[in-house]
Design a protein around this ligand. Structure first.
Ligand SMILES: [Zn+2]
Length: 301
């Protein structure tokens, strides 16, 4: 009996050992097949399939292509907003285009640019107070924003309004220290208006700034609508309207408390809050140089 028992135990153990061996072989074959199947299904997963099958892990996607989302790089000029051509390469800077004595345009540019503008009198009822010296025309985007700005001023001062003195000009002026020659005026951009509230006087005289709540309001608020004080006192550079004063450091050569220029809200905010000027109001010239968009403010390149 004892011998028979031992024999039975040996037989049982043999079956168990054979079963374990069979299961192990089957498992190995199964793993191999799975690997081949995966390879066939998706070559991209070849690295993952060297291991035994496991739960699918979340696939880590490569970073999305960013060609279409251009980050706000400081050295990338904005997209052009005009089809009017010029040797002045800053015309390609969109709302940051620069026209001054060192960055002039010719009459062909001026004529072509005029054709791209809209009437802010007709569209928004913004009145031109002194029609002899220009046209009440603006770039369509700038026109939308000047309307918002005028409405905001009217809301702050019920009964008051802002009117223009001059927006687009086809030719320059010869009125002395406050004016620029044909081809050299910011008024050729289609992005500019001289503004005032007639309730505070209609002459363009910087000496009356203290009485002009309108100009003070514009200086403090215009950037919210994409406009800047284009010729602040701080950047006039001594005696005004001298091309020599438009220097390599960003002087504008002009001081006009009524002259407002559209550059877009982001740039206007950076200029008004002095992002590149120690927190003080910037000039467009200095801003463009500080951003690396212009290297030589004196010689037009
Ligand atoms: Zn002006």
């Amino acid at each position: 009996m004892r011998k028979n028992k031992i024999t039975i135990i040996i037989i049982v153990c043999s079956f168990v050992a054979a079963a374990i061996a069979g299961w192990a072989i089957a498992s190995l074959v199964s793993a191999g097949n799975t690997s081949e199947d995966n390879n066939a299904e998706n070559a991209a997963m070849v690295n993952d399939t060297a291991e035994a099958p496991k739960e699918q892990e979340p696939v880590e996607l490569p970073p999305e292509e960013s060609e279409e989302e251009v980050p706000a790089e400081e050295d990338v000029p904005p997209a052009p907003v005009t089809n009017a051509g010029s040797d002045n390469y800053t015309i390609g800077f969109g709302y940051l285009m620069l026209i001054n004595p060192n960055f002039p345009v010719d009459t062909d540019f001026i004529a072509a640019r005029r054709g791209e503008l809209v009437s802010i009198s007709e569209l928004y009822g913004i009145q031109e107070g002194n029609p002899y010296n220009g046209d009440n025309l603006l770039d369509p985007e700038a026109a939308v924003h000047i309307n918002d700005m005028v409405k905001a001023y009217e809301a702050d001062y019920p009964g008051h309004t802002l009117e223009t003195r001059s927006c687009f000009r086809s030719r320059g002026t010869t009125c002395g220290r406050l004016c620029a020659a044909t081809g050299e005026s910011d008024h050729h951009t289609g992005l500019t208006c001289d503004l005032l509230d007639p309730a505070y006087g209609t002459s363009l005289d910087t000496d009356t700034y203290d009485q002009h709540i309108d100009w003070q309001w514009l200086r403090a608020n215009s950037y919210k609508y994409g406009f800047i004080d284009r010729f602040p006192y701080e950047w006039a550079g001594g005696p005004m309207s001298q091309p020599a004063n438009v220097d390599e450091n960003g002087s504008t050569g002009l001081f006009e408390t009524w002259h407002y220029r559209f550059v877009g809200i982001e740039a206007a905010t950076e200029i008004a809050t002095g992002k590149y000027n120690g927190g003080e109001y910037d000039s467009l010239e200095h801003y463009l140089k500080a951003r690396g968009l212009i290297t030589d403010l004196k010689n037009g390149h």
